[in-house]
Design a protein around this ligand. Structure first.
Ligand code: KIV
Ligand code: ZN
Length: 391
């Protein structure tokens, strides 16, 4: 994995954390189909599952590892021997593999969930990383509930796991409690206070409980993080994870702010989003950024007029760059003459004079008061009505 600071590693966890959305479980065949799309999109790392979770998950990780050659394939593993061995076995045939091992480091998780002392957690983390290194030279370590962990403890455990061979250090906002300024500053302090921080890539993994997963991830990138863990359509445990499409397009659209580049082929974003939606049965909300049906649709007459004159008046990205056919002017009661006339032109209909167009436009407005959206068939009918002899 490149340590070039300008490369932002895109780690997709749709098949693992995304699958943890209640009701989103996927078959092995479905995972292979999605993994192939992610590979075509040139995602760097695909977390294919949690090999020890079930025989089905083991087989799915194994099958994805065999089917995909261009992206690195990863399996999750708790910081225990059995998990790591199972992950290693599932990944045996991968062209490039990664074991992602984790243990919780926050006081509340260590005390109540793990019922372990911090020193024992640290020892277990180091042992897990060393064990994982016996299976692959690419090991990621996550400090679960990192955003609620004590800074001094994090510095020590991170230094220790880097020494044990972890190449990627992920500090997740497991419960979606983080706030962009605070979460970004945490990374800055970690990078400054861990002596070996330059030997690892730091990673963010944010949940969306407060709707801040993307904002927190981007703040992390601003503060030195060079891997983002994310999912298609923001799928994931509870309120979901940071959405891949929003992260990728944010750094691409605001190159002035983010000193990084992803290798993602953005034209594959919409087709992949649709595939994930159809496989999981989770619809994409129409106003979802980038991949929602309305993301590039303009309804207001003022906006439509502006876009027709110069697209960038109301569009910060090109629809075709993310895999939409083209932008879509939605015709409805807010639409003006320019948009209606332009659509008629696209349909090959011309008006002999402005009076004729004016009559059709008037009927368009009457109809638009009764209907949310005016479709091409409606436009044809409006013209047909105006051509019909008056009785
Ligand atoms: O949210 C989380 O902390 C996780 C870890 C396993 C990385 O999904
Ligand atoms: Zn997670």
């Amino acid at each position: 994995m490149s340590t070039n600071k300008d490369k932002l590693v895109i780690f997709d966890t749709t098949l693992r954390d995304g699958e943890q959305s209640p009701g989103a479980s996927m078959t092995k065949e479905e995972k292979i189909r999605i993994a192939r799309m992610l590979e075509r999109m040139r995602v760097d790392v695909i977390e294919a599952g949690f090999a020890i979770a079930s025989p089905g998950d083991f087989e799915a990780v194994q099958a994805v590892a065999e089917a995909v050659t261009e992206s690195r394939i990863c399996s999750l593993a708790r910081a225990v021997n059995a998990d790591i061995q199972r992950a290693g076995e599932a990944l045996k045939k991968a062209n490039a593999s990664r074991i992602h091992t984790f243990i919780a480091t926050s006081p509340i998780h260590m005390k109540y969930k793990l019922q372990m002392d911090p020193e024992d957690v640290l020892q277990q983390a180091v042992k897990a990383v060393s064990t994982a290194r016996q299976f692959t030279d690419d090991v990621e370590f996550s400090l679960e509930d990192g955003s609620r962990s004590e800074p001094e403890f994090m510095y020590r455990i991170i230094e220790a796991v880097i020494a044990a061979g972890a190449g990627t250090i992920n500090i997740p906002d497991t419960v979606g409690y983080g706030e962009p300024g605070e979460y970004g500053a945490m990374f800055r302090r970690v990078i400054e206070n861990v002596p070996s921080s330059d030997k690892a890539i730091f990673s963010t993994h944010c949940h969306n409980d407060l709707g801040l997963a993307v904002a927190n991830s981007l703040s992390a990138v601003m503060n030195g993080v060079r891997q983002v863990e994310c999912t298609i359509n923001g799928l994931g445990e509870r309120a979901g994870n940071a959405s891949l499409e929003e992260i990728v397009m944010a750094v691409q659209t605001r190159r002035d702010l983010y000193p990084v580049e992803t290798g993602v082929d953005t034209s594959q974003i919409v087709p992949t989003s649709r595939m994930v939606s159809s496989v999981t049965g989770f619809p994409v909300q129409p106003n979802k950024a980038i991949v929602g049906a309305n993301a590039f649709a303009h309804e207001s007459g003022i906006h439509q007029d502006g876009v027709l004159k110069h697209r960038e008046t109301y569009e910060i990205m090109r629809a075709e760059d993310v895999g939409w056919g083209q932008n879509r002017l939605v015709l409805g009661k807010h639409s003006g003459r320019a948009a209606v006339r332009a659509r008629y032109e696209e349909l090959g209909i011309e008006f002999s004079d402005s009076d004729e167009f004016q009559q059709v436009f008037q009927r368009f407005k009457d109809l638009a008061d009764k209907k949310h959206e005016i479709f091409d068939e409606d436009l044809h009918s409006l013209v047909a009505e105006s051509e019909a002899p008056v009785e």
